[in-house]
Design a protein. Structure first.
Lengths: 242, 206
């Protein structure tokens, strides 16, 4: 199987502190990867680097055979979308929010209508089309953002703690959607989360990130069942103080 | 009344068409001297109309650079003066509205695969309430202004006499009743135009 994404020795340093140290891993098409780790461990930075929102200090990321440092960023981003921890909706209707990615790709109107409807049905927001997105609750807004990200059928979906601030009902709904699109569309997913249970429920593989270092990575069951590194074990047992 | 509306309307509209793109570029791009330029624009936002009138007068007078165009004491001269006044107002408010669009909104547009142009367009669309404020403020300044159009228009009856300059004239002649009536008309006119613009603005916010 061909790697969709290959991260080779990525480091990222901010003026105040290093965010990532020599991180390497690969993910194959159609798989789901959970990046777990405490707050501030570099999960967000890793996703932002992949989405070309930031550039690494050293190392390179190869997406579908092409190094991101040489790639056309718009072309790359049109094959992957990212959902941030806090929902960011545009000051438009729910419909226009979800249609955003299709409009900038100049999709035909009847196609836009059809796909927006499908996406809204999927996230349980049918009937919300004409609502102003800025008036939605946090959970609804995050579902709009998820619909906006999946409506363009990305090859890679980057999720940065997408359910961190949501109530349990919304978490379940979001998780179902994430799992469904992976299974039905074969979308590759990288998901940052600080809850191991979510990683366990949703991901094939898991990586444990601590202070910018990828401590351990493998099949989710293995990482959680038989962690090799004592730090991973401590995190899983909830003994880690951070 | 129609002259006031035509002059200030044209000046505001032309200012919006030129200063919104201009302000957007300054607000969105980083370049050397940007901070200084923003300071200059903010200073010009408070430009005294009389000074604008004087400068435009000097430019349009027969010895000025634009003298050969024979525009002095015409409605066009009045539009030019008000345009000069409105451009910094519209540009200044555009810059601040564009810059107040959050970075995470810009990131969201980026992550959806928007091109530079599409990102700029999205930012303008997010800032549209502020852009309407810019237009409302500019129109308010233009329609109520008297110093500049008095100097470059000359307050000629049936030609360059606007509501504000007519009020000045009637007051000087002791026709206070008429002056007050014109004042009320001016307010009503301004109110009507703002009603439309504010309706647009609030519809967007909702």
């Amino acid at each position: 199987m061909k790697h969709l994404l290959e991260v080779r020795g990525i480091s990222k340093e901010y003026p105040t502190k290093p965010a990532l140290r020599n991180v390497s891993f690969t993910i194959e098409r159609g798989r789901t990867l959970g990046i777990i780790g405490p707050s501030g461990s570099g999960k967000t930075t890793l996703l932002r680097l992949t989405n070309l929102l930031e550039t690494p200090t050293s190392g390179e990321i190869i997406f579908d055979g092409t190094s991101l440092s040489r790639a056309d960023e718009v072309k790359v981003r049109r094959r992957m979308t990212m959902v941030f921890q806090n929902p960011v909706v545009f000051k438009r209707s729910v419909y226009e929010n979800v249609a955003y990615g299709l409009r900038i790709r100049r999709e035909k109107e009847d196609n836009v209508r059809k796909r927006v409807k499908e996406a809204l049905d999927m996230v349980g927001l049918a009937g919300f089309e004409r609502r102003a997105a800025t008036t939605l609750s946090g959970g609804e807004a995050q579902r709009v953002v998820l619909a906006r990200a999946i409506v363009v059928e990305p090859e890679l979906l980057l999720l940065d703690e997408p359910t961190a601030n949501l109530d349990p009902a919304n978490v379940t709904l979001m998780e179902n959607v994430i799992s469904t699109i992976n299974k039905t569309k074969g979308t590759t997913i990288i998901m940052a989360t600080h809850t191991m249970f979510q990683a366990e429920r949703l991901t094939d593989e898991a990586g444990f990130l601590l202070e910018g270092e990828l401590v351990e990575m493998g099949e989710t069951k293995e990482v959680f069942g038989k962690p090799k590194d004592p730090r991973t074990r401590a995190f899983i047992k909830g003994e880690m103080v951070y | 009344m129609l002259l006031s509306l035509r002059v200030s309307g044209t000046a505001t509209l032309s200012a919006a068409l030129t200063a919104i793109p201009f302000g957007a570029i300054i607000g969105l791009r980083e370049f050397p001297g940007r901070r200084l330029l923003i300071n200059v624009i903010n200073t010009l936002m408070g430009l005294p109309p009389v000074v604008v009138g004087l400068v435009v007068y000097l430019l349009l007078s027969s010895r000025g650079w634009l003298g050969p165009l024979n525009l002095l004491y015409t409605p066009t001269a009045m539009i030019i003066a008000q345009l000069v006044m409105c451009v910094p107002i519209v540009a200044g408010i555009t810059i601040s509205s564009v810059r107040s669009v959050e970075k995470r909104v810009v990131d969201s547009a980026k992550t959806m695969g928007a091109t530079t142009w599409q990102i700029s367009w999205t930012i303008l669309s997010e800032a549209r309430t502020g852009l309407l404020t810019a237009v409302i403020t500019a129109f308010g300044a233009a329609i109520s202004e008297v110093g500049a159009i008095m100097i470059v228009g000359g307050n000629i009856q049936y030609y360059t006499r606007a509501l504000t300059t007519a009020i000045v004239l009637q007051t000087r002649m002791g026709e206070f009743g008429l002056a007050l009536a014109l004042g009320i008309i001016l307010l009503a006119l301004s109110f009507a135009v703002n009603l439309v613009l504010t309706h647009l603005q609030l519809r967007e916010v909702r």
